[in-house]
Ligand binder design. Structure first.
Ligand code: GDP
Length: 198
């Protein structure tokens, strides 16, 4: 898919402020620093599309971008641990929770995982939670240029093994590097196919 236009629609603080559900949406989520802004800019072919996530104080907003006038790319705030919880728990803001669980036009969530790191419990826990909701999702391993290819493969294999062990999951996964300009066509074709099927 060619991206001919990528236009910022709005940033929303809650589900009520989101745009109408007329266009298919594809949401991106990951821990801070996973490379989400870089990936969104790379996908859109714009250097500064995902400015919002880098703006202090606006990181809790859900940002919508209309692509080619026909679908939306959705930038979700990241997640973190609730330190005070007796059992470590993935926690993210209420708006994201509401968005993920109530958005009829949400086609896929792309869960971003840093391929330069061994499986991080917080990411595993988030993906397990995502799976439990029944929302269709795809893992996207980012920054594959950062460490040696063998290490990237080992981290991906370990992450998938963890998911399989803990909940029998074997989700689809993609790899990308915004810096190395890799994985864009594959990601966009997943989106294109989902739109065609809708
Ligand atoms: P965000 O916090 O998830 O939005 O992450 P950013 O896109 O701001 O990136 C966080 C850091 O990782 C920045 O220093 C980026 O330059 C770096 N980064 C992002 N994508 C890549 C990548 O594909 N490869 C490498 N090596 N670094 C990246």
């Amino acid at each position: 898919m060619n991206i001919s236009s990528a236009i910022f629609d709005r940033s929303a603080l809650d589900l009520d402020s989101c745009p109408d559900e007329s266009l298919p949406e594809f949401a991106f989520i990951g821990r801070s620093n996973v490379g989400k802004s870089s990936l969104l800019n790379f996908l859109a072919g714009k250097r500064d599309l995902a400015l919002v996530s880098r703006t202090p104080g606006l990181t809790k907003l859900i940002s919508f971008y209309t692509m080619n006038g026909s679908w939306r790319l959705v930038d979700l705030p990241g997640y973190g641990y609730a330190q005070a919880a007796r059992h470590a728990q993935v926690r993210f803001n209420e708006a994201v929770n509401n968005y993920l669980q109530n958005r009829a036009n949400l086609h896929y969530v792309f869960a971003l995982i840093d391929s330069g790191l061994p499986p991080q419990p917080i990411d595993v826990e988030f993906v397990e939670w995502l799976a439990s909701t029944g929302i269709p999702f795809i893992l996207v391993f980012t920054k594959i240029d950062k460490v040696a290819a063998a290490k990237v493969q080992a981290h991906i294999a370990a992450f998938k093994a963890r998911l399989f062990e803990t909940c029998g999951l074997a989700p689809t996964s993609l790899t990308c590097s915004a810096t190395g300009r890799l994985g864009r066509a594959e990601l966009l074709s997943v989106i294109e196919e989902a739109i065609a099927k809708a």
